[in-house]
Design a protein around this ligand. Structure first.
Ligand code: GLA
Length: 391
């Protein structure tokens, strides 16, 4: 939706006082490689997309926040003094959770949050694992803090949005999604070390190749509880390894060599496999980033495939639909790399495909995927756009 059309829609809903409206944008993200490494202090390599979420926001003075969306009928209002999680508030729990964190951060200055009308509009497919929730969180943080005269830098916004998701929504996610959507840069991926938040932009120059995102269109069901379970398994593995290596703070601190040495101290076979994934995946991210810097697309693609196989065999977060997409994508000539992206259990696959093979990739994968799962996939050709900004 064009900015003008969005402003007009806002005025139709909330009344006309054009001059005070401000418009903000935050993208979705795709992770190229590095899954389930973020809350383990490891590396990730996401890129922000050109699809995302927009917000038109205008201050109020009565302490009430009105949240509306062009995508959903549900409208929610909350008083700044009493913000509580309500299941029936659905998507609006994301902006509410962010508001709680903004107020905490403001401390004695919280009175500057005097209320607002805010209209969201998004074009990220929901529930596809492309971070529509991180997008609305960071967007709300930027919009409401600026309205309150409290601008917060984008890294702090990412951290605040993650806290909202952890504490208010109850998903124990890492920092990757919020960081990627807050800090993205057009035509670049972000190589991020998730404990220190050291980061580096790496140009994504895939001469002759296209990044294709394929949506399984499978509902993600129990994904959140499985996610928290995986996180707990990683934490228990870390606690055991710390007995042999007292200096380490995260699984991301452990080299692959040291892991081989101390692997057997973890007796629980499931936990051992989870940790095996995290440590090998972390090494793959480093190698994949180097490969991209050297334009070695073949190696980059090979590492993507290894990542999927590790997520399937060791971390067990793929599921039938993502595995079928992976298998079918691997069969297409000209598909050089392919893997699930995001938390898994449904959601999306990301593939690197030769430009001239994109049409046959879509055709063949769609047909075989539908035959094998009964679901119709969707394809998005990926443009890497900018991170959160005011328009
Ligand atoms: C989700 C979480 C991220 C990350 C990925 C898995 O997207 O929000 O923090 O853990 O899953 O890599």
């Amino acid at each position: 939706m064009e900015k003008q059309a969005l402003l007009q829609e806002f005025q139709e809903r909330f009344g006309r006082r054009e001059d005070e409206c401000r418009v903000f944008f935050t993208p979705g993200r795709v992770n190229l490689i590095g899954e389930y490494t973020d809350f383990n202090g490891g590396h990730v390599f996401p890129a922000s997309l050109s699809v995302g979420t927009w917000a038109v926001a205008r201050p109020r003075q009565d302490g009430i926040y009105h949240f509306q969306s062009t995508n959903f009928d549900l409208t929610v209002q909350t008083e700044v003094k009493s913000i509580v999680y309500k299941k029936e508030d659905d998507w609006a729990n994301y902006p509410k959770g962010v508001l709680v964190e903004l107020l905490k951060l403001a401390g004695e200055e919280a009175a500057r949050y005097t209320g607002a009308d805010i209209l969201f509009h998004g074009n990220i497919p929901n529930g596809a694992g492309l971070s529509s929730s991180a997008s609305i969180e960071v967007l709300t943080g930027m919009a409401l803090s600026k309205l309150a005269g409290f601008p917060i830098d984008n890294i702090e916004l990412a951290k605040l949005a993650q806290r909202a998701e952890n504490k208010f929504v109850g998903v124990n996610c890492g920092i990757m999604d919020q960081f990627a959507v807050a800090m993205g840069k057009a035509n670049h991926a972000i190589m991020l070390k998730c404990d220190t938040l050291d980061y580096q932009y790496v140009p994504v120059e895939l001469d002759g190749y296209t990044i294709v995102i394929t949506n399984t269109n499978k509902r993600r069901g129990l994904a959140d509880s499985k996610y928290n379970e995986r996180r707990a398994e990683c934490e228990s593995g870390l606690a055991i390894l710390q007995q042999s290596m007292p200096g380490i703070e995260t699984l991301g601190d452990i080299s692959y060599e040291n892991w081989q040495k101390y692997k057997d101290t973890i007796k629980d076979e499931v936990v051992q496999r989870r940790v095996d994934h995290v440590i090998s995946e972390n090494t793959r991210v480093l190698n994949a980033t180097d490969a991209l810097k050297k334009y070695d697309i073949a190696l980059f693609g090979k590492l993507m495939k290894q990542s999927h196989e590790s997520l399937r065999e060791l971390f067990e977060v793929t599921g039938k639909e993502l595995d079928v997409l992976y298998e079918e994508a691997c069969k297409v000539e000209g598909c050089i790399g392919t893997r699930m992206t995001g938390a898994g259990f449904g959601g999306c696959n990301v593939s690197v495909v030769k430009n001239e093979a994109v049409a046959s990739f879509k055709e063949e994968v769609a047909q075989h995927y539908e035959d094998r799962t009964g679901l119709v996939p969707e394809f998005y050709l990926c443009d890497i756009g900018d991170g959160a900004k005011e328009l």
